[in-house]
Ligand binder design. Structure first.
Ligand code: HEC
Length: 107
């Protein structure tokens, strides 16, 4: 009985988590940028990259940024240091990339 109760509590927590993050993630590019670890390479403010060769993203054209993300994710863009970023792109959907791109463009 206790086990079943724990299970239900866990399920509830998981659903709450998914529900809440789903809403935040779809709408908020800034939150996504943090949650999906983009900041670890591109900098918390999107303009102080970890490595000098990594691009500054703040203020980038949103459509351009979105296309680059899609191409890096699919492997179509495979130059320079894209391999470093490709692994992370499995974490983001098209809608999430779009929200992040809009936010980057607004900086
Ligand atoms: C492990 C490090 C790393 C992570 C994590 C990372 N990136 Fe990148 N990103 C790079 C590197 C390196 C490049 C440049 C690739 C090249 O040399 O062509 C890049 C390129 C880009 C570009 C293209 C910039 C341009 O001007 O063409 C965008 C947009 C971008 N990243 C967004 C993101 C977003 C959004 C996330 C999170 C979902 C993310 N990156 C996570 C390392 C990373």
């Amino acid at each position: 009985m206790l086990k079943l109760k724990n299970f239900l509590v866990l399920m509830g927590a998981a659903m709450l988590f998914l529900g809440v993050s789903g809403t935040v993630l779809a709408a908020d590019g800034a939150a996504l940028y943090k949650a999906k670890t983009c900041w670890s390479c591109h900098g918390k403010d999107a303009k102080s990259p970890l490595m000098p060769m990594y691009p500054t993203l703040a203020g980038q054209n949103a459509d351009y940024a979105l296309n680059q993300m899609k191409d890096i994710k699919s492997g179509k863009r495979n130059n320079g240091q894209t391999a470093a970023m490709k692994g992370v792109m499995g974490l983001v959907s098209d809608a999430e990339m779009s929200a992040i791109a809009d936010w980057l463009g607004s900086l």
